[in-house]
Design a protein around this ligand. Structure first.
Ligand SMILES: NC(=O)c1ccc[n+]([C@@H]2O[C@H](COP(=O)([O-])OP(=O)(O)OC[C@H]3O[C@@H](n4cnc5c(N)ncnc54)[C@H](OP(=O)(O)O)[C@@H]3O)[C@@H](O)[C@H]2O)c1
Length: 328
């Protein structure tokens, strides 16, 4: 097990160094088609979580530039208002709305979802971007380990509760979940809240991000007849407040080599703009192309068979009602 873990980290480090940095983006962008980004999406409603900072901010701005109506879901009203007014003045788009919701709380997500449902607007794009890497074990007031609460339970609850509004936008609807290349280092595990005595935030984050990729695969399969496309992606390594706070040494040693938030958000905006026929349901994307979900010899692929039991657990943890049956 130790050797396998060491191999995964080494393979991830080498693959990441070659592909996830700014140089990787510059190299990969040589095959980008500029016309892909010239699509206007006026009148489409996009919900972006964690839209006040980093990659979420760049995503909201990118979508607003293409004419979308953007609902920015942020946990802090002042930070959200500041971000919204910056995007409004730089894009000239007046169709921006702030929604305040702490995604570490299932109860808050449920209140948000019922408030939002009363607007009765179709949701064309849901971007599950909000996320964090917390190095210490912190338990939320609802009793969940914090990384799990936001990255997994928040993403799961939000997506499940937005399904009726996504269906209203079918067959145009998309759910884009922002995972991380860090997920390459971890198989899927049923230990959702990291029960080991020595907490390791980096490992927990990788597990959460692996779960987002497996969930996306499952959603695509389960809801294939609903006219909603499910995609996961990873942004590479981008310089953001999140990276500076959670990984200060990494941030320092890669100073000048990291992507901008806009480069990190590029594939999210690209996925939102492309016709669905061009995209692969349930796939994992990076730099505007489908990417592998597993690194060679990492022994992570068979673990995805655990997803049915995990979604059953998530469904009961989030106490979603019987009109919304579990995924399995
Ligand atoms: N930057 C990278 O290199 C990188 C690499 C791989 C994956 N990612 C993923 O990209 C996404 C964005 O990360 P980032 O690097 O842009 O970090 P960031 O600058 O810290 O942005 C994270 C966003 O999520 C929000 N958020 C965190 N906890 C929340 C909660 N409980 N409720 C609501 N919103 C919450 C933050 O709000 P506050 O501002 O209020 O904290 C912020 O808006 C994350 O899912 C991350 O895992 C980033």
């Amino acid at each position: 097990m130790f050797l396998l873990k060491a191999w995964r980290s080494t393979a991830f480090g080498a693959y990441g160094y070659l592909n996830f940095t700014k140089n990787g983006f510059v190299e990969h962008s040589k095959r980008f088609n500029p016309e892909d980004m010239q699509i206007q999406i006026d009148g489409k409603n996009c919900v972006v979580t964690g839209a006040n900072s980093g990659i979420g901010y760049a995503t909201a701005k990118g979508l607003a530039s293409q004419g979308a109506t953007v609902y920015m879901v942020c946990r802090n009203k002042e930070r959200g208002e500041e971000a919204l007014s910056k995007i409004q003045s730089s894009t000239g788009n007046k169709n921006l709305h702030l929604e305040v919701c702490d995604l570490s709380s299932v109860q808050e997500i449920k209140s948000f979802a019922s408030r939002f449902a009363s607007k009765d607007v179709p949701v064309h794009v849901l971007v599950n971007n909000a996320g964090l890497l917390e190095n210490k074990r912190i338990t939320t007031p609802e009793g969940y380990e914090l990384n799990f609460a936001v990255n997994v339970l928040g993403t799961y609850t939000m997506t499940e509760l937005m399904l009726p509004l996504l269906e209203k936008a079918a067959p145009d609807a998309k759910v884009i979940t922002v995972s991380s290349g860090g997920m390459y280092t971890s198989p899927l595990t049923t230990d959702l809240q990291f029960s080991e005595e020595r907490f390791n935030g980096v490992e927990q984050y990788a597990r959460n991000k692996r779960l987002q990729v497996a969930l996306t695969e499952k959603w695509a399969e389960k809801y294939k007849n609903k006219g909603i496309g499910f995609y996961s992606m990873h942004p590479g390594w981008a310089e953001t407040p999140g990276v500076a706070n959670s990984l200060p040494s990494f941030n320092q040693s890669f100073s000048g080599k990291l992507r901008t938030s806009e480069e990190g958000a590029d594939t999210i905006v690209w996925l939102a703009l492309q016709p669905k026929e061009k995209l692969v349901e349930g796939a994992f994307y990076f730099d505007r192309a489908e990417a592998p979900k597993h690194l060679k010899f990492a022994g992570t692929s068979k673990s995805h068979s655990l997803i049915d039991s995990i979604t059953g657990t998530l469904h009961s943890v989030a106490s979603l009602d019987s009109s919304n049956p579990p995924l399995s």
